[in-house]
Ligand binder design. Structure first.
Ligand code: PLP
Length: 329
């Protein structure tokens, strides 16, 4: 997906011009994948732009950093460059505020209309910087940066749904790389699975865990619906515990559906009544086909549609019952 540039990027506490937000070619993370990151969305609401579950995302960033020894007490980073969760939440909102005009212009271009929206994707990243090489990163400096830019539907699909294929690449497991955190290097696993299925014409991959059960997509969690029950793989299926997954589970339960975290095998997916992916980038994306098996009637199913519509109503501030999920900019 092409990036639509905005004006400024927050780098180590300063707002830098977009084009000057660069790093050296010998940056540690570029060579070894030694960074951790988040993907967050800010939506246009009637009361102004609101970031969806910002605190939970930055808390997960802290957890990812902790796994890779990139935290000091309650702060993310090291030495002079370390920030509390609250400081990074404030920095994300400040970055949106400073980019207001360029975000509005970018959204007009993206949506091909004249609506004034400050919607964006937010990408905080914490990475081992320039100065040390080699596989002991503990003496390396840590840089922290937050960029924002307009980003539309990641997987597209709409009411048509997308075509998915199970990849021959297994999802990482916690004895290889901890799947419950977002480290940059871990995404090479997702990238191989994506390339494999895109080269043969599918829209998105689905990965199995090391036991052969369904895990998740390269950047999305999976849900299936069978006999009105909503099922999703549990944490021990090597998933990243998605914040959208958690939101959808809460929303679906509040709507009266039974939601269960349970091991899912391939046959269960092939015979599902409905299936969909969730993720910050993917939001709620209907699946119409897996491994050439048509799911349901081959379009978005009725339960998926209800959950998707409710999800968008909530993130866009249309339901005050979920107000604590919105952090106004
Ligand atoms: C591997 C993986 N699984 C699932 C998700 C969905 O997580 P979330 O809903 O928190 O964006 C993501 C995206 O962050 C991801 O990268």
């Amino acid at each position: 997906m092409p990036i639509i540039p905005t004006d400024k990027i927050w780098m180590n506490g300063e707002l830098i011009d977009w084009n000057n937000a660069n790093c050296h070619v010998l940056t540690h993370a570029l060579h070894y994948g030694s960074g951790v990151f988040e993907g967050i969305r800010c939506y246009h609401t009637k009361k102004g732009p609101a970031v969806f579950r910002l605190d939970e995302h930055i808390q997960r960033l802290y957890n990812s950093a902790k796994i890779y020894f990139m935290t000091t007490d309650d702060k993310i980073g090291n030495d002079a460059r370390s920030y509390t969760i609250d400081e990074l939440c404030d920095a994300a909102k400040e970055t949106i505020r400073i980019n207001r005009e360029s975000l509005i212009e970018g959204n007009k271009k993206l949506n091909n209309n004249n609506e004034e929206k400050v919607e964006c994707y937010i990408r905080p990243i914490v990475y081992r910087g320039y100065g040390e090489m080699g596989l002991n990163p503990l003496n390396s400096c840590i840089d922290v940066s937050i960029a924002v830019w307009p980003w539309g539907a990641y997987l597209g699909g709409g009411d048509e749904g997308i075509r998915v294929k199970i990849s021959s690449f297994e999802r990482i497991n916690s004895n290889v790389l901890p799947p419950n955190v977002k480290a940059t290097g871990q995404y090479i696993n997702s990238i191989l699975a994506s390339i494999e299925i895109k080269k043969i014409g599918y829209d998105e991959a689905l990965l199995l865990d090391n036991r052969g059960f369904i895990s998740e997509g390269p950047g999305e969690n999976l849900f299936i619906i069978k006999d009105k029950k909503i099922l999703t793989p549990p944490e021990h299926a090597s998933i990243l515990k998605g914040i959208t997954r958690d939101s959808v589970m809460t929303i679906a339960k509040d709507m009266g559906y039974e939601v269960k975290e349970t091991d899912i095998d391939r046959g269960m997916v092939y015979l599902a009544d409905e299936a969909f992916f969730t993720g910050t980038a993917a939001e709620v994306t209907a699946i119409r086909e897996v491994d050439n098996y048509t799911i349901g009637n081959g379009k978005i199913g009725p339960v998926t549609r209800k959950i998707r519509d409710r999800f968008f109503e909530i993130v866009k501030g249309g339901d005050s019952g979920y107000g604590e999920w919105l952090d106004f900019v």
